[in-house]
Design a protein around this ligand. Structure first.
Ligand SMILES: *Cc1c(COP(=O)(O)O)cnc(C)c1O
Length: 291
């Protein structure tokens, strides 16, 4: 495995950064998770744009142009000879002292690209659907740590994941500070009701996921009405279908939430149709590279 760190490649054992890196000490940094399918990187521009937006808000100068970053991602895929890949792109504040002041990080930010494979959930969950649970941990408020920033500080999500695992579930629904459904630990949530698709708007505790946007676009193209609308747990419980979206998970059906069976208790027709359409676009759209 060849891991990119600031323009050089290192093996898995040698790919190291300083213990004084503020990404490690404070979670001070940003990241993206990107996928490639058969030598096509899906929505690469959108991921790079969002990375730079996250960095802009935390006032982190990446020190590379977007074009250079795109080239680095493609070069890493080529160096690893991966046709299908999950790419983790991390930019941390870099090395500073033990204080949190980012001005003390005088060196370059650490730009790390790891191209690997990932299967987030066992295949049976894609076939049979997930059982999930609403957890006590509330999604970060935008005025505290805006969920639109894909930051290295992931403890909000990890606490929710721990609560889900403690409850014997693979995934958690987090509510926002008002009690509306926000999203899952690393995935957006959709429901289907009376033939329409509903998903929370990005304004409160919901990250505007790139998979989420792709699903909205796909649904509209297929004349499925889409509503970006606040959702309560009640609306989720009485939905006909439910599924989660994210780059790593792609589209995964949900069949039980907080003990309530969703719809027929099996992945529904709209979910299955969208999964099929999604695989069609990931197989043909994207930035091509040669290995
Ligand atoms: C990355 C992420 C998602 C999914 O976004 P995609 O762009 O579809 O990968 C959803 N929620 C959280 C908290 C995330 O970090």
């Amino acid at each position: 495995m060849k891991i990119y760190i600031n323009g050089k490649y290192y093996g898995r054992e040698d790919a190291r950064i300083s213990v004084f890196d503020h990404g490690f000490l404070y979670g001070d940094g940003v990241f993206e998770g990107i996928r490639s399918y058969n030598c096509l990187v899906f929505k690469l521009k959108e991921h790079i744009d969002r990375l730079y937006e996250s960095a802009h808000t935390i006032m982190l100068d990446i020190g590379m142009t977007k074009q250079e970053m795109i080239k680095a991602v493609l070069d890493t895929l080529k160096a690893n000879k991966l046709k299908d890949s999950y790419i983790r792109l991390v930019v941390s504040r870099g090395t500073g002292d033990l204080g949190m002041d980012p001005r003390k990080c005088t060196g370059k930010p650490a730009v790390i690209i790891i191209a690997d494979k990932i299967t987030l959930y066992p295949e049976r969950y894609y076939k049979d659907g997930l059982t999930i649970v609403t957890v006590p941990t509330v999604r970060n408020m935008p005025e505290a740590l805006n969920p639109q920033i894909k930051s290295l500080n992931y403890l909000n999500n990890i606490l929710a994941k721990i609560e889900a695992v403690n409850a014997g579930c693979e995934e958690a629904i987090l509510l926002d500070a008002l009690g509306f459904v926000a999203e899952c630990t690393g995935d957006n949530i959709f429901i289907v009701k009376n033939g329409g698709l509903y998903t929370p708007p990005q304004c409160m505790g919901t990250l505007r996921g790139i998979t989420r946007d792709s699903v909205i676009e796909l649904a509209r193209k297929n004349r499925i009405p889409v509503h970006e609308h606040v959702l309560t747990r009640h609306e989720v419980y009485i939905s006909d279908e439910c599924f989660l979206t994210g780059t790593a998970a792609e589209i995964i059906p949900v069949v039980k939430i907080d003990g309530r069976v969703i719809g027929s208790g099996k992945p529904g027709p709209t979910t299955r149709k969208l999964i099929g359409k999604f695989h069609t676009i990931t197989a043909k759209d994207g930035v091509r590279y040669k290995i």
